[in-house]
Design a protein around this ligand. Structure first.
Ligand SMILES: Cc1ncc(COP(=O)(O)O)c(C=O)c1O
Length: 277
């Protein structure tokens, strides 16, 4: 289970984007986590190792990405997957047969397909509502509701959900609140601050920013959920390879993307400021 360091959470967004999660390589001291392209790790004896046994369970390059995105979202734990839909699969595996999910109706088509063609067959029940309407969302809750799922803004219609209201509905129903933050990115929106239990990303999109990998990520601030998600990540095994993790979090991905977005926002801000004067 990957946990962010308190030091990373103390830094501002730009510093987190560049440095959070990176641990200098113990072999040569490389300041940026290298690509650990390995399936397994040497053991000095039976069960005597440096904490890394097998790369489905733990890989330092994957952990650098997980800690990085978790720090950007203001969470404590991150879990990387082979795609955004694999991350959705893992989060829905927190539920059991017969559980009910209230979800925004305007979702990425692949997420809707997985819910209705995979999970509904296996015994989860879904009610799709206009997540922009807080009243409609609250009215759809039943005694069996165990999750409220919101994608905001949605792909492709850019529909929005009031995260604070949806988070409050989830809290009252004692249901998990899961938010797909792919389109907003943690620079513009941090759902954990509005009561989300888990944040989902397709890192394929803005976080990577270069269309050269496919990946997904879950972030939580809750230790109990992290325990369960870590178990599922290893037990199911839909993990990304280290090269894709490096593409997402290293120089080509979040480090570059964040610099661009911060500069673009500052420029827009100072231009509007000048125009207003
Ligand atoms: C908002 C959103 N969530 C999830 C996904 C699924 O991600 P992936 O394509 O990485 O499986 C996508 C893909 O377009 C998306 O746009």
């Amino acid at each position: 289970m990957t946990k962010v360091s308190g030091e990373d959470l103390g830094n501002r967004f730009g510093t987190r984007a560049v440095h959070a999660g990176k641990i200098p390589d113990p072999l040569a001291g490389a300041v940026m986590t290298p690509i650990y392209q390995t399936s397994t790790y040497i053991q000095e004896g039976l069960g005597r190792h440096k904490g890394y046994e097998y790369a489905r369970t733990r890989n330092p390059t994957r952990e650098a990405l997980e800690r990085n995105v978790a720090a950007l979202e203001g969470g404590r734990h991150g879990f990387a997957f082979g795609s955004g839909l694999a991350a959705l699969d893992a989060v829905l595996k927190l539920l059991s047969q017969g559980d009910h999910v209230v979800s925004g109706e305007n979702l990425y088509g692949g997420s809707h397909r997985q819910m209705t063609h995979v999970w509904a067959r296996l015994g989860l029940e879904f009610t799709f509502v206009d997540a922009a309407d807080a009243g409609e969302l609250a009215a759809a809750v039943t005694p069996r509701t165990r999750m409220i799922y919101a994608e905001t803004p949605t792909n492709p219609m850019m529909r929005l959900c009031d995260l604070a209201a949806a988070g409050e509905t989830a809290r009252r129903a004692q249901a998990l609140f899961v938010v797909d933050n792919t389109f907003a990115t943690p620079y513009f929106q941090r759902p954990l601050e509005f009561g989300a239990d888990v944040v989902l990303h397709s890192t394929t999109k803005y976080l990577n920013g270069h269309s050269d990998m496919v990946g997904g990520l879950l972030v939580t601030g809750r230790d109990d959920l992290a325990e369960r998600l870590g178990f599922l990540q290893n037990a199911v095994g839909a993990v990304p390879g280290p090269f894709d993790c490096w593409l997402a979090s290293g120089s080509p991905g979040i480090r570059k993307w964040s610099g661009c977005i911060i500069r673009a926002c500052r420029r827009t801000h100072s231009t509007s400021w000048r125009a207003a004067r």
